[in-house]
Write a protein that binds this ligand. Structure first.
Ligand SMILES: Nc1ncnc2c1ncn2[C@@H]1O[C@H](COP(=O)(O)OP(=O)(O)OP(=O)(O)O)[C@@H](O)[C@H]1O
Length: 760
């Protein structure tokens, strides 16, 4: 149904501008839309596959006909008491004739076309026949020709280039089983390194289910992450140096140490991005660059290099160490003790390294050193899925593996067992745009799905609505919530989808470290102005706006005293604050009236005032939050998009508080839910698979991210290529359904489709 009554107005969808759809949708949720004919409640349905319509549960034939035939061009602009149409009288109401021209009509979704046709796989004669592999096949563990080659070539260096969904986990486990059962390799001499502890556990469990593999053999394998394997070596040889209670486990502990050092250096605790500095320190360390090796190129690196030096000194003095020290420590130990190195070279004869594309310098050097005796090094990875360079991972180790190991045998796993043909073909077209990669194309094993879909919501709000509606439709048809994943480039993009899911009855899970959008530092600071306008007596709201006003925290004491002395609220006290700077005091005198004015305007206007009139924009720029990935100014723009839906400051703040509470609740539930929609970053989705995947905001600036575009403009293509790999990883998580959202506006500005999808 295309028309609905909203108060005294008749809303006709074909005459509604696309930017108003979300507001109309919200009206439906609040039961403010009715059928103009029979008065039943209506909801606006905005899904992905069909144009929006009003959902009328039991329409009478009269409702249907009258509405169907009331084309907007015939009735728009007419303010009527009642109107004769096709023999029916439409009740009193002014038809909303909107500015369709203003933002344009709703844009219909479209399938990605032009993929090559699906080719049935030809049955290839097997060249490797092996009794054990036949036995495994009888257990349901089949291998294709390439997988078999990778599983059985156990001597010498081997690079297994495993495309997405090509069964590398299967290859690694079968290879291990094959070595133990057929080639009689002593499990104690096998080192199996995985990217996560979970992956190691899963592999061991799979191995145990294979014929001929005993629990004791599995227990004797040396397997785990780089950290766990090398830490064991360290505590065996230097127990006094690596005491467990001296391990710095958490980031907040590290932050405390560097913040102390930063204070002496004059860095502001609230304003300096210590988390990014710690990331930079880790990156240097994992690249085997020590404080004395750093040649800083700008102020930021000078500050980080200072903190790095102080951080290392602190650890040395207190005998403490962190996770990065484990690898660097083991590297130094083996470098300085040739006797030990020889011992381990003899002990380990076979090396298997998973996710090799994400290896960093210290990990690579360790493995190279240890395997230099036997030379039996098998590395498995996909250069197209290298997405961790910000942590020091370096895809050039996989790309140039042949240089270090000229005798390497390369096996390419190109059969994709996970995703349907249309998804694989789309992913192939995405990744083909990268220059720096090994040439290969994945081939799907089945063709059981529709093409991937592009859809074009007006903004982030409509994007969230359309996705949730689509999931609701699919769940109604029998899909399980855990079939779905909603993936995004950065966590801050998940605000709207979180809100829409929270308002639905669909179960969903989020990452444990995912903070609520409304708790982000920049957002919290901006909301504090609004809070103070509503609660002028609240010392916490007053304290929260001191930094943005470039005032020291101890000013609060003076303000508290003033509230008592002058019997006034905190807003008034700003005009009495003495800073010794005439221009600042003049500004502060004008502040109370401005802050008080906020409560009487719409939230979006209030935020504009805070941003421009009250200097928040300057504060964000000056505090140095305009870093690489997360920009403070983006948070402001995101907050303004969220605020647009609310009429009063009170409603908006209640909503923000409710969402902060919901975030905690959902995180708690996320620990227990098994059948739930997954909301996560593309980085975190690596290695996982879902039936249906939605990729949020596949537009320029989001993916590829702005910082990669900046680098590209300056002539550096490397970050852009990593962004393309991220898009590839996102696409290849889907087995049956893949949706890219291309909002027409993002953060309040016109958006342009991601260059990675420019083939449609
Ligand atoms: N030879 C095979 N025949 C049938 N199914 C297979 C075969 N090999 C692997 N699979 C299945 O294909 C899917 C993908 O395998 P797996 O998860 O090991 O891929 P992957 O290479 O690790 O993927 P990614 O790198 O994209 O995370 C799994 O469901 C696995 O059981």
């Amino acid at each position: 149904m295309k028309a609905a009554r909203s108060g005294n107005d008749i809303v006709h969808l074909e005459a509604v501008s696309v930017d108003r759809l979300q507001t109309i949708y919200e009206k439906g949720r609040r039961s403010e839309l009715t059928c103009p004919i029979c008065g039943s409640l209506l909801k606006l349905h905005i899904g992905i596959h069909e144009p929006p319509y009003f959902d009328h549960s039991f329409p009478s034939p009269d409702c249907e006909r009258a509405i169907l035939e009331s084309a907007p061009q015939k009735i728009t602009g007419v303010s009527v008491d009642s109107q004769e149409h096709s023999g029916f009288r439409l009740p009193k109401g002014k038809v909303i004739r909107e500015s369709v021209q203003q933002e344009g009509p709703f844009m219909q979704s479209m399938p990605i076309k032009g993929n090559p046709a699906f080719l049935e796989k030809l049955l290839i004669e097997r060249s490797i026949e092996d009794t054990y592999l036949t036995l495994l096949e009888e257990h349901g563990v089949t291998l294709d020709e390439q997988q078999m080659a990778a599983a059985t070539a156990i001597e010498g260096p081997l690079l297994v280039l495993s495309g997405a969904g090509s069964g590398k986990t299967r290859v690694l486990t079968v290879r291990t089983a094959y070595m133990i059962t057929v080639r009689k390799v002593d499990p104690k001499t096998i080192m199996l390194v995985t990217f996560t502890a979970k992956a190691a556990k899963e592999m061991k469990e799979r191995l145990l289910s294979y014929p001929g593999i005993s629990a004791s053999a599995v227990n004797q394998l040396v397997s785990g992450t780089f950290h766990s394997v090398f830490y064991k070596i360290l505590i065996f040889h230097e127990p006094e140096k690596w005491q467990r209670n001296l391990l710095i486990k958490w980031n907040w502990e590290k932050e405390k140490i560097v913040k102390n050092a930063g204070r002496d250096y004059g860095l502001d605790e609230k304003e300096f991005a210590y988390d990014s500095a710690l990331q930079q320190i880790g990156l240097w360390k994992n690249s085997l660059l020590f404080p004395e090796d750093i040649k800083p190129i700008d102020d930021w690196e000078i500050a980080c290099a200072y903190l790095y030096k102080k951080y290392e000194e602190y650890k040395q003095k207190t005998m403490m160490y962190d996770f990065d020290d484990m690898l660097v420590g083991c590297y130094s130990l083996l470098k300085s003790r040739s006797d030990l190195l020889e011992k381990y070279k003899r002990r380990f004869q076979y090396f298997l390294v998973d996710e090799f594309q994400d290896i960093n310098k210290v990990q690579y050097e360790l493995i190279k050193m240890l395997s230099s005796g036997s030379n039996n090094l098998c590395v498995v990875g996909d250069d197209d899925q290298a997405i961790y360079s910000f942590r020091g991972s370096d895809p050039s180790f996989i790309l140039h593996f042949e240089k270090d190991y000229p005798a390497v045998k390369i096996v390419k796993l190109t059969e994709n067992y996970r995703s349907a043909h249309e998804i694989v073909a789309t992913a192939n077209r995405i990744i083909k745009g990268n220059q720096s990669r090994m040439d290969k194309a994945m081939r799907a094993q089945h063709n059981f799905s529709e093409p991937a879909v592009l859809f074009f919501p007006y903004d982030e709000e409509l994007e969230a609505t359309m996705i949730v509606t689509d999931i609701q439709e699919k769940v109604a048809l029998g899909a399980r919530p855990s079939d779905f994943a909603i993936l995004y480039r950065t966590h801050s993009m998940s605000r709207a989808i979180f809100e829409r899911l929270a308002a639905s009855s669909l179960p969903f899970v989020i990452d444990q470290d995912a903070e609520s959008f409304y708790e982000r530092r920049i957002v919290r600071g901006m909301l504090a102005f609004l809070r103070l306008s509503m609660q002028p007596q609240d010392p916490r709201a007053a304290a929260a706006i001191l930094s943005p006003l470039f005032l020291k925290q101890n000013v609060l004491q003076e303000m508290k005293a003033q509230t008592i002395l002058r019997d006034c609220d905190f807003i008034d006290t700003f005009s009495f604050v003495k800073t010794g700077l005439a221009f600042q005091e003049r500004k502060l005198k004008a502040l109370p009236a401005k802050i008080r004015s906020l409560r009487n305007v719409k939230p979006i206007i209030a935020l504009e005032i805070v941003e421009k009139d009250l200097g928040y924009q300057d504060f964000v720029k000056k505090r140095g939050t305009e870093g690489n990935i997360e920009k403070g100014s983006d948070d402001i723009r995101d907050l303004k998009v969220a605020a647009k839906q609310f009429e009063t400051i009170g409603e908006f703040l209640d909503h923000a508080d409710h969402m902060i509470g919901m975030n905690k609740e959902v995180k708690q539930l996320s620990k227990h839910f098994t059948d739930a929609i997954q909301l996560t970053t593309i980085h975190r989705s690596k290695g996982l698979e879902y039936k249906t995947v939605y990729v949020l905001s596949a537009v320029e600036g989001s993916i590829p991210h702005d910082f990669a575009l900046d680098s590209y403009r300056k002539g550096d293509v490397v970050p852009l290529e990593e962004e393309r790999r991220l898009m590839y990883v996102a696409a290849t998580r889907a087995s049956l359904g893949l949706y890219f959202s291309i909002p027409q506006t993002r953060r309040g500005k016109k958006a342009f489709p991601s260059r990675f999808l420019k083939f449609y």
